[in-house]
Design a protein around this ligand. Structure first.
Ligand SMILES: [Zn+2]
Length: 339
């Protein structure tokens, strides 16, 4: 009989120590230590958020007595726009701010990106793990989240683009530009030399001075500037998204070549991100081809320029007051977004 009772106590998840204690004291215990079974290895307990049991209540195996929640690790869910998705990946650091703690920045990590979009808002849900050791943040709080995503190298931008979008990037992109003084105008890979008067071993054309070849291929110069910046600070050429006119597959900007004179130019952009400019969030895009560092692009009124077939000083002067230019910069657009 004693052994049967012992077995029964063990089945209730009492430890052998607890059973021995009951046996040795020979008394009915008023309290029993409850052991909390955690699904999270890192967790060491939590806060009782719900109590279902009352004093003196008989309980059966499997009854839920308490709900214990561990608030030292919280989840935050954020909605991000569809166009921001290509920049996001699990493991990215997230800055979290709460109106309850002005000036404080909490840290989190993207732990999951939900596979489908919300059909009404066209947003995707991202789950962020937050360490909350001092239990300052509370469930159901509203917080601001900012995800910093460095665009980094041209190759990283290319990797984030879809197959279709990548197909539009000129083949020359991503190719190492030779430092040689003479290059093949067709950009053949072996068409380069340090001495004048040579022919390209691939296509037979005369090699031309490097500057002449680069002038014919603005995408190479754009890449060269981007590459130069990459070594300086992991940055890529980018411009405000407003400057880009999209007609079908083509992306057009107007470049100011002289005051009041604009050149229509096709460019190739990567996925857009948010950049903080003077404290205001703007949508910017990395430019993979077609633009050089420091060139001025029209950011306002460009749609009016687009309706003109030819641009003359006269035509642009007429729209002069409506036009605003911005400079191609190397910035790191970050897909940051307030929630
Ligand atoms: Zn060649």
């Amino acid at each position: 009989l004693v052994e049967a009772a012992r077995q029964r106590l063990r089945r209730w998840n009492l430890t052998p120590e607890q059973v021995r204690e009951i046996e040795e004291s020979g008394e009915i215990q008023e309290t029993v230590t409850l052991y909390y079974e955690s699904h999270d290895q890192a967790s060491e307990g939590g806060v009782v958020t719900e109590r279902r049991a009352v004093d003196g209540q008989a309980v059966a195996e499997g009854d839920q007595l308490f709900t214990i929640a561990d608030f030292t690790h919280l989840w935050m869910e954020a909605d991000v726009f569809e166009y921001e998705l290509p920049w996001l990946e699990e493991g990215l650091h997230v800055e979290i701010r709460s109106a309850s703690f002005p000036g404080r920045v909490f840290g989190g990590t993207i732990s999951f990106i939900f596979p489908s979009l919300n059909p009404e808002t066209r947003t995707a849900r991202v789950r962020v793990d937050i360490a909350n050791p001092d239990l300052e943040l509370r469930p159901e709080m509203y917080v601001d989240a900012r995800i910093h995503v460095p665009i980094g190298r041209v190759q990283d931008v290319l990797a984030r683009m879809s197959e279709d979008a990548r197909a539009r990037v000129p083949a020359a992109m991503g190719r190492q530009i030779s430092d040689d003084l003479y290059l093949c105008p067709m950009l053949c890979s072996s068409g380069h030399s340090d001495s004048p008067g040579e022919r390209c071993p691939d296509c037979g054309m005369n090699l031309l001075p490097r500057d002449e070849v680069l002038a014919q291929h603005p995408e190479l110069i754009s890449q060269a500037s981007a590459e130069a910046q990459v070594s300086a600070g992991e940055r890529v050429l980018s411009i405000p998204d407003l400057a880009v006119l999209r007609t079908g597959e083509r992306e057009i900007v107007f470049v100011q070549t002289a005051p009041g004179t604009y050149e229509r130019r096709e460019i190739v952009t990567g996925p857009a991100g948010q950049v903080e400019v003077d404290g205001v969030n703007e949508r910017w895009v990395p430019v993979l081809a077609g633009l050089r560092l420091g060139e001025e692009v029209v950011t306002r009124g460009n749609f009016m320029l687009d309706s003109q077939t030819t641009l003359t000083g006269g035509a642009s002067a007429a729209y002069g007051s409506a036009l605003e230019t911005g400079t191609a910069q190397t910035t790191s657009p970050a897909a940051g977004h307030r929630h």
